[in-house]
Design a protein around this ligand. Structure first.
Ligand code: FAD
Length: 263
């Protein structure tokens, strides 16, 4: 991921949560909400609205993913044989509830090409996973008067959570496949959400942001989604709109044609 943090922030240490699927709900034809529960989640520390975590999924024939413990977990995970090394992907906590301790995660269903989306499409209560996290990046600078959010379906969970929790007037652009993929969002009275459809052609999100009538006052921007699209939008905001680079948080959430997380 190529996220950049606006102001410096401190975070609670990352920790591991062994979880089990408790509910599965179809939100749209391309989005499924999976609720995870488990005693470990009682220790969950909220880090901010776009908090992300590493999701580990079992390999065929395993009940639980085999995730190494300790500070050197990554090197040990990489060293595992292919047949047992769990799939690792990055997701966002859509919502955390303390009692009973549960988190919702919204998975984009983008076909069977990826192990995470394939797992989500077939997930059932009782399925096991491991989460490692959490870390948030959304960080408007002091003095920001408004914020721009822009992203595709993979960023929609974070955009939805930011809209629910922000004090800043917000202009949000969300790209989904089509009108059936729109979801209900809590939108504060001083904020606006504009839906953009991929069916309208390539670069639909970039073109929408290019055409935006931006409010006056000191801006903050948060952009996430397909890597090349995110880079192009960030370039536009900095080069053409004059937004300071350190007032833009951006993250390549997936990469067209290849996994973005190591396998
Ligand atoms: C910080 C962060 C937070 C994220 N939060 C979420 C989240 O809450 N919900 C969510 O759904 N995703 C989220 N993502 C994106 C998710 O990690 C990727 O989409 C990931 O590639 C999915 O893994 P996979 O196994 O399904 O596909 P991979 O094995 O990684 O990729 C297989 C193929 O699918 C394509 N592909 C991957 N993702 C998409 C997509 N979204 N749409 C279309 N094609 C795709 C790739 O280009 C590749 O060709 C987040 C990513 C990051 C970095």
């Amino acid at each position: 991921m190529t996220a950049r943090l606006a102001p410096a922030r401190t975070h609670a240490p990352m920790r591991r949560f062994d979880v089990t699927v408790t509910r599965v709900r179809t939100v749209t034809p391309h989005l499924v909400r999976i609720t995870f529960g488990g005693a470990d989640l009682a220790d969950f520390h909220d880090d901010g609205p776009d908090q992300r975590f590493k999701l580990f999924l079992p390999r065929d024939g395993q009940d639980r993913p085999l995730v190494p413990e300790g500070d050197d977990w990554f090197a040990r995970w990489r060293a595992l044989p292919d047949a047992v090394r769990p799939t690792m992907r990055t997701y966002t906590v859509r919502r955390y509830r303390p009692e009973p301790a549960e988190i919702d995660v919204d998975f984009v269903l983008h076909g069977d090409a990826g192990p995470a989306t394939a797992w989500a499409a077939r997930a059932r209560p009782g399925d096991a996973a491991v989460l490692l996290g959490v870390r948030a990046d959304h960080a408007p600078p002091a003095g920001a008067a408004w914020q721009l959010l822009a992203g595709d379906g993979s960023a929609l969970p974070a955009i939805a959570a930011i809209l629910e929790r922000t004090d800043l007037p917000t202009l949000a652009y969300v790209e989904v496949a089509g009108a059936v993929d729109r979801v209900e969002l809590e939108v504060p009275g001083d904020s606006t959400v504009r839906w953009v459809y991929r069916a309208d052609g390539p670069d639909a999100l970039l073109r929408a942001v290019r055409g935006a009538d931006l409010p006056a006052g000191s801006p903050y921007a948060w952009v996430a989604g397909e890597s090349a699209a995110v880079q192009a939008i960030r370039r536009h905001l900095v080069a053409d709109r004059g937004i300071a680079p350190d007032a833009v948080t951006f993250g390549g959430y997936w990469r067209l044609g290849a996994p973005i997380d190591p396998s």
